[in-house]
Design a protein around this ligand. Structure first.
Ligand SMILES: NC(=O)c1ccc[n+]([C@@H]2O[C@H](COP(=O)([O-])OP(=O)(O)OC[C@H]3O[C@@H](n4cnc5c(N)ncnc54)[C@H](OP(=O)(O)O)[C@@H]3O)[C@@H](O)[C@H]2O)c1
Length: 244
């Protein structure tokens, strides 16, 4: 698979890691579908920046946890940019701390909806084109919290663990269709929503001595999406400066 002219769909790309992944993939030659849910201005800015830099991009509003919306999203991307070649599953909702005394089934469902339901819907929607065109790429954005096992984050961690398990199972199931499925597991990467938080205690435990940047994650995604990673599937790549 060569990237030039191929289409990448990045979910949750109006800000945070997704916005940087979208920009970096465009710089690699991907036409980029910049998905968002509510931040119309943010997604529009990302797409406009890409076009100004000479790339191809459009913003696509869709709730990626909704079955009919995901089908319509993949169809709209195919119509406006071309069939999705690389699917980057990045979108997230809020990740609240919940002590076990307050942990409801709904709290679990809120996380599973983003990290199990949404990936399932989107992979299903892309699969016919991948089968027809001889392959595709799935890159899930997981998290190293699966290893860090933070207290009061069990719903988020359980869902991120499930996302990792899906990666391995889907890699085996979709390999015969030429589809690779991998997961990038970031450590704490400060983005807009972390403004004002102290990083000192965390940073002291990072062997490489700095906080990760969205660019560190985007580089890894670009590698996994590229021809250079053609024989890699079912893998998790942790990007956290050696923290775990
Ligand atoms: N940053 C970190 O430290 C870190 C560490 C480990 C793992 N991760 C993982 O990396 C991914 C990105 O995290 P982030 O920190 O960049 O998050 P973020 O800054 O909160 O951005 C979340 C993105 O998801 C979009 N979104 C929310 N609900 C959506 C929906 N229903 N449909 C479509 N898009 C939706 C948001 O767009 P709207 O505003 O338009 O809704 C936004 O663009 C997540 O999977 C997260 O678990 C992040």
């Amino acid at each position: 698979m060569t990237t030039d002219g191929k289409v990448a769909l990045v979910t949750g790309a109006s800000r945070g890691l997704g916005a940087t992944i979208a920009r970096r993939m465009a710089a690699d030659g991907w036409a980029v579908a910049v998905n968002y849910h509510s931040d119309h201005a943010g997604a529009g800015r990302v797409a406009a920046d890409i076009r100004e830099a000479g790339g191809r991009a459009e913003a696509f509003a869709a709730d990626v946890t909704d079955e009919s919306a995901t089908g319509a999203l993949v169809a709209a991307v195919a119509e406006r940019l071309g069939p999705v070649g690389a699917l980057v599953l990045n979108a997230t909702g809020p990740q609240p701390e919940v002590p076990i005394e307050d942990l409801t089934w709904q709290a679990h469902l809120d996380q599973l909806t983003f990290f199990v339901k949404s990936p399932t819907l989107l992979v299903r929607a892309c699969l016919p084109a991948w089968k027809a065109h001889g392959g595709g790429r799935v890159i899930q954005i997981g998290s190293d919290v699966v290893d860090r096992a933070l207290p009061r984050m069990s719903a988020y961690i359980a869902a991120k663990g499930a996302q990792q398990a899906l990666t391995r199972s889907w890699a085996r199931e979709l390999g015969p269709h030429g589809v690779t499925v991998n997961l990038v597991a970031p450590g704490w990467i400060p983005v807009e929503r972390h403004a004002g938080l102290e990083v000192g205690d965390y940073l002291a435990e990072v062997p490489l001595g700095r906080m990760g940047s969205p660019g560190d994650i985007a580089e890894t995604v670009c590698f996994l999406a590229s021809d250079r990673a053609a024989f890699i599937t079912g893998e998790r790549v942790t990007v956290n400066g050696g923290h775990t």
